[in-house]
Design a protein around this ligand. Structure first.
Ligand SMILES: Cc1cc2nc3c(=O)[nH]c(=O)nc-3n(C[C@H](O)[C@H](O)[C@H](O)COP(=O)(O)OP(=O)(O)OC[C@H]3O[C@@H](n4cnc5c(N)ncnc54)[C@H](O)[C@@H]3O)c2cc1C
Length: 385
């Protein structure tokens, strides 16, 4: 076992807090620093869905890690809730995918096949006719021709889950502090400390978990960290008649999923807008994004025009060009690790990322399937020296 006594984690989003939690479980006390507070980035505002069967890279290179992390979440959630004292609304949910077009119907059939053929016992699917949908879910647009009810995805309140990781880690000795990392201290091939606005924090291992801001650490480690921000807006509506419905989506209407939440609100979205030129410039919700979401969800549930708009939120997904996260050590510093690039699955991937990094820091290896996530895959333009 490596002799690690002091790990510093930059970023108290879900990647950083999960890492602190899994380190604490292995007896390693870490210091987590964040300039904006726990879950102040995307981790505090995501839709909180854990869908390991569909998405960018799934089926594909992300499949194994996604399913691993989904199962890891479910296996630790009871303990985590007890250890932290925080109820993060972890649960298994149903997804109703409905069809308005032939293309939707093909996609729906694909969803049915994927959920139906998945070996994990949580997953199943049922094809529904128009009449069955109208009988069970009378608020759904009557133009819908068919649907699939897919069971087995999980969901949580991602703000509370991040807080739970942080709180449980703190109870086991982690320290969470408010400060901004502005550089590193290095000696030979090792990082020896983090320079913040207020102090130098010594470390014998370092995790960079700065979400879409990870790119700012590129110069610190002489390696380009190719993560870009993908802005997303969600609107939260008050509409009690939909409270007992499953999550609802139409494949041809992306950015307009409907998520009835345990908080009694209907979360709708999320938009996907690249902000390459002015990253993070506009954390304000826009009318355009709200109107886009409203226009689409009214095609699914027309009576949502009676709903009351309660809140709009904006946050930034940390995205890589292949939609796989970046997990593992960096080239120039053997004790420096990256935990970023969770993209639109960062909440779901957080348990696997946290466990993998804790393993790497304490033992130098891990059984978590992170083979496709090394930063070396971008090596053609990696050096910024
Ligand atoms: C609208 C929307 C919906 C989403 N829905 C889902 C979903 O349903 N399921 C899912 O799995 N994922 C979802 N995601 C993606 C998920 O939210 C993110 O992938 C995940 O939260 C990223 O976590 P993170 O810890 O890597 O980054 P962040 O949450 O962004 O945390 C990074 C932290 O680093 C801190 N930081 C940055 N620079 C510094 C510095 N120099 N010094 C100190 N601290 C610093 C920031 O303040 C921030 O708190 C969604 C994202 C969006 C935007």
């Amino acid at each position: 076992m490596n002799k690690t006594t002091q790990t510093v984690i930059i970023g108290a989003g879900i990647a950083g807090c999960a890492t602190a939690y899994f380190l604490a479980k292995q007896g390693i006390k870490s210091t987590v620093i964040d300039n904006n507070g726990i879950a102040s980035g995307a981790s505090g505002y995501s839709a909180g869905g854990l869908n390991p069967l569909v998405g960018h890279g799934i089926p594909g290179k992300l499949s194994e890690l996604a399913m691993y992390s989904y199962q890891k979440h479910l296996s630790i959630w009871d303990d985590l809730q007890q250890e932290s004292g925080i109820d993060f609304d972890g649960r298994i949910i149903d997804l109703l995918q409905v069809s308005l077009t032939d293309t939707d119907t093909k996609q729906m059939q694909r969803t049915f096949d994927i959920f139906q053929s998945t070996v994990h016992p949580n997953f199943s699917a049922e094809l529904l006719t128009r009449t069955q949908i109208q009988n069970r879910y009378p608020l759904i647009n009557s133009s819908v021709t068919s649907g699939v009810l897919a069971s087995g995805n999980a969901a949580c309140d991602s703000y509370k889950l991040t807080l739970a990781f942080a709180t449980a880690a703190e109870k086991m000795g982690a320290v969470i502090t408010s400060d901004e990392a502005i550089g590193l201290l290095t000696k030979g091939g090792s990082v020896t400390g983090v320079q913040t606005h207020n102090s130098i924090i010594p470390c014998d291992s370092l995790v960079i978990a700065m979400g879409p801001w990870s790119v700012n650490a590129s110069e610190w480690i002489n390696t380009s960290i190719p993560v870009t921000p993908l802005k997303g807006q969600i609107i939260r509506l008050n509409y009690p008649p939909l409270d007992t419905y499953p999550d609802i989506e139409i494949p041809s209407l992306p950015e307009a999923s409907i998520h009835p939440k345990p908080d009694g609100l209907i979360w709708c979205g999320a938009t996907k807008m690249e902000e390459m030129n002015e990253p993070f410039s506009s954390k304000q919700p826009t009318d355009h994004a709200r109107n886009t979401i409203m226009e689409k969800i009214l095609q699914i549930v027309p009576s949502l025009d009676q709903s009351e708009l309660v809140l709009q939120t904006v946050c930034f997904r940390p995205v890589t060009e292949d939609w796989l996260p970046i997990v593992g050590s960096v080239r120039d510093y053997s004790n420096c690790y990256l935990a970023t690039g969770g993209g639109e699955k960062g909440v779901m991937l957080s348990s696997a990322i946290g466990e993998a990094l804790a393993d790497l820091i304490t033992t130098g290896s891990t059984n978590v399937p992170i083979a496709n996530t090394s930063i070396q895959r971008f090596s053609k333009n990696i050096s910024i020296k």
